[in-house]
Design a protein around this ligand. Structure first.
Ligand code: SAM
Ligand code: GLN
Length: 289
């Protein structure tokens, strides 16, 4: 069977199983198996597949409809134009989270922060921490996560981009590890915490259900982690620092109320689907000791 026919069969199979991006998934999986870029599949459209390649492709296709997300099958996800390693211990980084990273980069440029001290809470694969350090040459980033398995993935990504000097990770519960050590010396706190309501967990798409529950579960109202952070950030963030958070699309007002007394007014940003997704607080108030 040639590449062209194998792809078409995979697409038909994926369509029958309601896979949302059948062509893209079929191509990404075959390109991964063949060690090619996707574009090379088209250059080699009439190339016959070997028996073992065909067998390997069938296995990937069956796993995809099981349904395992493509990124867990390839072990990789692109984020901020970086190839990051992922496995089922971490959330697969989402395109909307790139907006969060871009805002933090903009803040550093606008404020002339050459060596910002950044904390990424719930770092997971390290997507936010690694990309910030990669694009901000002087940044020092601390990634915190409750999951040891996630931190192992973050460490791999830090090593892949040779950022060990400037990106460290530690296990901990939100900002707990810093409460004793630091006193308002963090320039930027960034987080994409779990924010899915407990009642919504059962109706998540089947692919998303394969991601770690502790990366998604946000308690009864989805606000569990924002409420806890509300009690911690003012003790860690500099008086002129930035708090940058990803939020659920209906959480903007509740999250604003949790932080605006301590940090000042909020700025909201929408994602590519036009939904409220990012909330930013540029701290203006004096620290009262
Ligand atoms: N930052 C990554 C990203 O944006 O792709 C992962 C975000 S994922 C939505 C949330 C992360 O928070 C998970 O890696 C999870 O293990 C971590 N987490 C959950 N509870 C935590 C806690 N109490 N303290 C620190 N991290 C926590
Ligand atoms: N945006 C994720 C989803 O689509 C949720 C991420 C989170 O809880 N922070 O499921």
């Amino acid at each position: 069977m040639e590449i062209k026919e194998a792809l078409n069969k995979a697409v038909d199979f994926f369509k029958k199983h309601q896979i949302s991006q059948p062509r893209l998934d079929a191509e990404v999986l075959l390109a991964h198996l063949m060690g090619m870029e996707r574009i090379q599949l088209y250059v080699n459209y009439d190339l016959p597949l070997q028996e073992d390649e065909l067998k390997g492709y069938r296995q990937l296709i069956v796993k995809r409809v099981s349904p395992l997300p493509v990124a867990y099958l390839t072990g990789e996800k692109e984020f901020m134009s970086l190839a990051l390693k992922v496995n089922p211990a971490v959330l697969i980084p989402r395109p909307e989270t790139e907006l969060l990273v871009e805002e933090v980069i903009n803040f550093c440029q606008d404020q002339g922060l050459k060596e910002p001290n950044i904390v990424d809470i719930g770092t997971g694969s390290g997507a936010i921490a690694v990309s910030l350090a990669y694009y901000l040459a002087g940044a020092r980033v601390l990634g915190i996560d409750i999951s040891r398995k996630a931190l192992a993935v973050a460490r791999e990504n830090i090593c892949s981009y040779q950022l060990e000097e400037r990106v460290k990770v530690i296990q901990g519960d939100l900002l707990e590890p810093l409460l004793k050590l630091h006193k308002n010396n963090v320039d930027i706190i960034v987080a994409n915490p779990p924010y899915i309501r407990a009642t919504a967990m059962a109706s998540l798409p089947p692919d998303v259900k394969k991601e770690p529950k502790e990366a998604l579960w946000g308690g009864d109202d989805g606000l569990f982690f924002y409420k806890k952070l509300g009690q911690q950030v003012a003790q860690v963030l500099k008086p002129t620092g930035l708090l940058a958070l990803e939020i659920g699309d209906d959480q903007a007002e509740s999250v604003r109320c949790l932080f605006n007394q301590q940090l000042g007014p909020a700025r909201l940003l929408k994602d590519y689907a036009g939904k409220n997704r990012i909330i930013l607080f540029e701290r203006k108030q004096q620290v009262v000791s």
